[in-house]
Design a protein around this ligand. Structure first.
Ligand SMILES: CNCc1ccc(Oc2cccnc2)o1
Length: 395
């Protein structure tokens, strides 16, 4: 049995993280967790298997099973402002870590880059392009539902999200961005998590990061836990049962339009009865609000005293002191409830006593959008199986 000192020295040499030797001597039994330097997607369980084998120790079946399962990872989702207008997550592209908006409503991974005018880069982390990694002849150009957009060229580089590595991922480097992106110093780009069929790279469409890595993950899933005025998470390759209450219930997804598109079969306002109606909707972490059919939105604000559909503010507003009813959408036959408090998005301008509704009309969009206002009360599993589906549970 090697001495504690020699074991500590050996592990320190191997670059392992060990407790203080004195601390080790105080303990009767201790476990050593060794992080290995790998170039492929990280897999903590595999590191433990390697360590136990290194010291000729038996490997418990559950650790072997987890190691064989493949990597998993978790990235934080941090509100970009006081009203959860968007959420930002750290992504390492090449050697730089940027804050990207993970967007289940689009399929381009793009970043502010060294190709832009330096005046657009103030306050940003940005991707420093390496001409050796350029994808010859490839360009991209994207427009979002809020009228913003960006365009540029394409590089193949290492992209790490939550410890999971894609060694050669299409990284769309911006050469130009719209004014709303240029003035948003917090968002360094987007990471699309919709289906690669709507990626905008030409002439050869690129894959999303999740599409690149999903076959190596422990399971072909990612799970989203956005939170109300707090940091949440994106889990990749696994479902974290500690992050929700009750059961996960599922609905099939129609991927024809490249979205996580599903049908809600009814709704209720507050304690009212469920109105059966078919609502064609997409889940979209990149959209702030909950956009619904005109009749549904009218029924909701009919229960909000002092509310009106304001031409001035471009949507339904109400007194910030209003007590808002909850909103229920029936998904997969299960009532998914959004607390009324979550439907007060923000004052129309800082300090105003008039507030802008989290529920708005979907006129002009062509479908409903279950954006952050809806998502932040749920744990949402996105399963890329042979028949893709969405799982919902209450946080
Ligand atoms: C606020 N405009 C800039 C901006 C930040 C994130 C995005 O992207 C969006 C916008 C709407 C829908 N989906 C993604 O645009």
């Amino acid at each position: 049995m090697p001495s504690i000192a020699s074991l500590t020295a050996a592990l320190a040499f191997a670059g392992a993280v060990v407790a203080n030797p004195i601390e080790l001597q105080k303990r009767k039994a201790f476990s050593i967790h060794q992080e290995e330097r790998t170039t492929f997607a990280k897999n903590g369980a595999q590191s433990r298997v390697n360590t136990l084998r290194k010291f000729s120790k038996p490997v418990p079946a559950n650790i072997l099973a987890a190691a064989a399962a493949g990597p998993t990872g978790t990235a934080p989702a941090v509100p970009g402002d006081a009203y959860d207008s968007l959420y930002l997550s750290p992504v390492t592209i090449g050697n730089t870590t940027l804050q990207l908006d993970f967007d289940t409503g689009s399929a381009d991974l793009w970043a502010f880059s060294s190709l832009q005018p330096s005046s657009q880069l103030t306050g940003h982390d940005y991707y420093k392009v390496d001409p050796a990694k350029k994808v010859a002849g490839a360009t991209w150009k994207i427009s979002y539902g809020d009228g913003s957009g960006a365009a540029g060229t394409v590089y193949a580089d290492k992209v790490v999200v939550g410890g999971v590595t894609a060694t050669s991922q299409a990284v769309e480097a911006a050469t130009s961005v719209s004014s709303s992106f240029a003035s948003d110093r917090d968002t360094d780009g987007l990471l699309g998590l919709a289906f690669s069929s709507i990626n905008t790279v030409q002439p050869n469409q690129a894959k999303t990061w999740f599409d690149t890595v999903h076959s190596t993950l422990a399971a072909p899933v990612f799970s989203v836990a956005l939170k109300y005025h707090a940091a949440g998470t994106y889990d990749f390759g696994f479902i974290d049962s500690a992050k929700y209450t009750g059961a996960l219930t599922y609905v099939n997804v129609n991927t024809a339009n490249g979205f996580w598109e599903f049908t809600s079969t009814g709704y209720a306002v507050g304690t009212g009865t469920v109105v059966k109606t078919s609502i064609d909707a997409i889940g979209d972490t990149g959209t702030t609000l909950l956009y619904l059919p005109t009749a549904v939105v009218r029924a909701y604000y009919a229960k909000v005293t002092g509310s009106s559909n304001s031409a001035t503010y471009g949507g339904y507003v109400f007194p910030c002191t209003a007590t808002l009813p909850s909103f229920t959408a029936v998904i997969g036959g299960v009532n998914q409830v959004v607390p009324g408090k979550y439907i007060n998005y923000a004052p129309v301008t800082d300090g105003s006593s008039t507030c802008f509704g989290g529920i708005q009309d979907n006129t002009g969009i062509g479908f409903s959008i279950f954006g952050d206002i809806f998502l932040k009360s749920k744990y949402v599993v996105h399963e890329l199986s042979s028949t893709p589906r969405l799982g919902f549970a209450q946080q």
